[in-house]
Design a protein. Sequence first.
Length: 135
Amino acid sequence: MAEKLFLEVVTPQKAIVSEEVEIVVAPGSEGEFGALKGHTTFLTSLKVGSLRYIDAGGKERYIFINGGFAEVLPDKVTILAESAEYRKDIDVERATKAKVRAEKRLANKAADTDLVRAEVALKRAMHRLRIKDIK
């Protein structure tokens, strides 16, 4: 049996996860990283993407992460996310509309369009839809 580490995922609004897990895989700003019990301590910023973990019961879980920070300790991983939502809570219709809206803004390239903001919105929508599609 794998040793467990404690995972906390917190947003400014609420705590999303607070439980023992076997492994955590997160979207670090320099690339995806994984952490097991006994991992070396480090801090990193997070990019938009999916956080995966295997819970104490052996089930793989997915959470959409909208950036933030991670602190990895030998026995605990803390994720401070700008926003986060479980795969089951992702609203596909809303994400699809956001994707279409962002694609239109990027295609039009109007002078008053904030292209960086549109690109970020597109990334968020695409990650949400990808997570929802995982079998």
